[in-house]
Design a protein around this ligand. Structure first.
Ligand SMILES: [Zn+2]
Length: 394
């Protein structure tokens, strides 16, 4: 996208005091939402009287039961929306997955409808053409299922937005491409939308780490075979140490899928647990948009497609780095990425950015186990898949 259209791009940013308070309760990422939003504000990225070119802050609506029931089961909703304390494990808690890594927490009944509302508000802004790009960093809960919490995820905000976007009115029946960049397979999205009637108007592409025993294991997490019956449900698994070089190599496959499918809307789950420095320490992905193949470079490439695009958050267990990453990606969306060595502006949470006190997420020296033979296999496979998609979609 050229600089003129970048400067005209309307970027909406979903935030409210209530969202920060409730999202910060998530047990796996306690306090992370507050770090993210305060850093975005401290970096001056939101529109204000002083800054006419910032992202437009938009308050999320709270999803109602009817909204949630477009994907979730009624008895799951009865359970998670009940404000009464549920501290006893077993029984219904077990049935609905509210245990182990998804414990019940005070505020769950507020969290579920507000996170869904956050993502749905962003989708609605795109549908109504009030924004070209919408950022909902509190969404992106890609493991939640219809009737079960899973993998730190209690609400299936992504299926809810894919269904909402698919039903949007427009010059043609809209096509929605979902791209998942989190370290983990997008089981909560890829599985429910698999084996749809073809040609499908929702395409999912999950890029993730897969190895024996790594969560979540599923046959759909494997490299999609070129002769699959369902070329609308795609996966590219990557081995340990995946770096900018590997991501640069697979970018052509992603673009080929996009060109064959021609989406009206793109939804990107930008989990940052694959970035270098995450405590999971499995990938070694960089952030700086100037580096080919980095997450920032990906976001810039996706924006250049010119489709109306929703960016969601996801995993990310080094909270200050998650805040650095999503703040940086906000600046990329605005068309003016800041230098990565920019000092973190002074604000109340500044001490969390020790010891560097800069915005940089440095890459490490982990070796990349994705070899040339595997990357060529991905390339060959996706050339065939894209040709098939083109035939089905045209
Ligand atoms: Zn993850």
């Amino acid at each position: 996208m050229d600089e003129v259209s970048e400067s005209r791009r309307q970027v909406a940013y979903i935030v409210s005091e209530e969202l920060i308070k409730v999202s910060s309760l998530l047990p796996s990422n306690r306090g992370r939402s507050k770090l993210v939003h305060q850093l975005v504000v401290a970096c001056g990225l939101l529109r204000s009287r002083k800054n006419a070119s910032g992202a437009i802050p938009v308050r999320p609506t709270v999803a109602n039961r009817e909204d949630l029931a477009t994907f979730h089961d009624g008895d799951y909703l009865d359970y998670v929306l009940d404000p009464a304390p549920r501290r006893q494990p077993g029984g219904q808690a077990k049935e609905f997955g509210i245990e182990d890594d998804c414990p019940w927490f005070a505020g769950l009944h507020l969290y579920v409808p507000l996170i869904a509302g956050c993502a749905l508000t962003a989708a609605q802004l795109l549908i109504e053409q009030k924004a070209d790009v919408a950022l909902a960093w509190d969404g992106g809960r890609h493991h939640a299922q219809k009737g079960e919490a899973s993998g730190f995820c209690y609400v299936a905000d992504i299926p809810l937005v894919l269904l909402r976007l698919k039903r949007a009115q427009g010059p043609r029946r809209p096509r929605v491409m979902y791209l998942d960049l989190d370290l983990h397979f997008a089981d909560g999205v890829s599985i429910p939308f698999a084996k749809q009637q073809q040609p499908s108007r929702i395409l999912t592409l999950s890029i993730h780490h897969a190895s024996p025993g790594f969560f979540p294991a599923h046959p759909l997490a494997e490299l999609t075979p070129a002769d699959t019956a369902d070329p609308f449900t795609l996966s590219i698994p990557l081995a340990r140490g995946a770096s900018n070089k590997t991501f640069h190599s697979i970018w052509g496959s992603i673009e080929r899928v996009k060109e064959a499918f021609r989406p009206d809307f793109v939804v990107v789950q930008c989990g940052v647990d694959g970035l270098s420095g995450d405590p999971l320490a499995i990938w070694n992905w960089g952030l700086n948009a100037e580096d080919e193949g980095s997450l920032g470079w990906y976001v810039r490439g996706i924006l250049a497609w010119g489709a109306r695009t929703l960016f969601l958050g996801g995993g990310g267990y080094h909270s200050p780095n998650a805040a650095r990453a999503w703040t940086y990606l906000t600046s990329v969306a605005l068309g003016s990425p800041f230098a990565p060595d920019l000092p973190v502006p002074e604000h109340s949470l500044w001490p969390y950015y020790a010891p560097s006190f800069t915005m940089e997420v440095e890459t490490g020296n982990m070796s990349d186990h994705n070899d040339g033979a595997y990357l060529s296999q991905v390339d060959d496979t996706f050339k065939q898949l894209a040709t098939r998609l083109q035939d089905v979609c045209s």
